[in-house]
Design a protein around this ligand. Structure first.
Ligand code: UTP
Length: 290
């Protein structure tokens, strides 16, 4: 019997970030800062708020900065202490203490499905969360916390979705589903990046999932597609055939911060929310004659 509570999360962060070149030529896109924290720290904080204690980050070439960020920085902390900035040093220490972090290297960017498969041995026989490292969702109750509460009641795999305008369905995986209890949608299938005519709904898959270990067997059987990539969607479609699986409409503002415009919007949002800078930033934005 699977555990009722999820304690492990996988954060795939091995993608090439081509939409954000040249910024991502030599640094990971997950380390781009929103105000003063890298994107991936927001995602880790979200996971921790949902009760996650073990975080498995899938990395690749050029992603060393992610490991350094969640590690202790002894020299920096010491030097801050000597400069009388001990509190700042303690804040840095807290970043490495948020959870147990481990890293698996995906030697080639062979798709999101392949990235998740890399975590198989570390997950073992437990349900687990997947959070995409560049998807930022802002809400009082974090997106994963909302989903974890549902999982604890339902014990069924869960996919985070949001409604998107008709003009955007071709950018997303779209659910083919029927309304079920508790505001959930029972998933019958999914269509990846459909045209408006082919789209079975306006429920778009965004970067939050609660999955069960069976997904690994299905990923292993998934035939690689374009670019030798293993698509998570293909394995999820198979899972929906053998298990009840649900879509949940996540509450909150979601930003695809791996996209330049999404990143700018997220920066404005987080800038306005920042307790030290928010007011001044708002005054500045209002002063712009747009
Ligand atoms: P994206 O498609 O958003 O990321 O994948 P990307 O490939 O880095 O970005 P672009 O399209 O080239 O700009 C969704 C998530 O899956 C991870 C990415 O790091 C991102 O968090 N991913 C993707 C992997 O870990 N490995 C892969 O092979 C592909």
């Amino acid at each position: 019997m699977l555990a009722r509570q999820i304690t492990k999360a996988v954060i795939p962060a091995a993608g090439l970030g081509t939409r954000f070149l040249p910024a991502t030529k030599a640094s990971p896109k997950e380390m781009l800062p929103l105000v003063d924290k890298p994107l991936i720290q927001y995602v880790v904080e979200e996971a921790v708020s949902a009760g996650i204690t073990h975080i498995i980050i899938i990395t690749g070439r050029g992603k060393r900065a992610i490991e350094d960020h969640f590690d202790i920085s002894f020299e920096l902390e010491e030097s801050l202490k000597q400069k009388g900035k001990e509190a700042l040093g303690q804040d840095l220490r807290k970043i490495s203490e948020m959870a147990d972090f481990c890293y698996v290297r995906q030697s080639e960017a062979r798709g999101l499905g392949h990235a998740i498969l890399c975590a198989k041995n570390l997950i073992g026989d437990e349900p687990f969360a997947v959070l995409l490292g560049d998807d930022i969702i802002d809400h009082q109750t974090s997106a994963l916390q909302q989903m974890a509460e549902i999982y604890e009641r339902n014990q069924a795999p869960l996919i985070g979705v949001q409604r998107v305008p008709a003009s955007d369905v071709h950018h997303y995986g779209i659910l083919d589903s029927e309304s079920a209890l508790d505001g959930l949608y029972k998933i019958n299938g999914m269509v990846e990046k459909p045209s408006l005519k082919e789209a079975p709904s306006d429920l778009a898959v965004i970067g939050r999932y609660i999955l069960i270990p069976e997904i690994f067997e299905l990923l292993e059987k998934t035939v690689p597609g374009k670019g030798n990539e293993i698509q998570l969607t293909d394995a999820l479609k198979e899972l929906a055939k053998i298990r009840n699986m649900y879509g949940y409409v996540i509450q909150g503002n979601r930003y695809d911060a791996g996209d330049k415009l999404g990143f700018l919007k997220a920066t404005v949002r987080m800038g306005l929310k920042n307790k030290d800078l928010g007011e001044e930033f708002k005054t500045y934005l209002k002063s712009l004659s747009l």
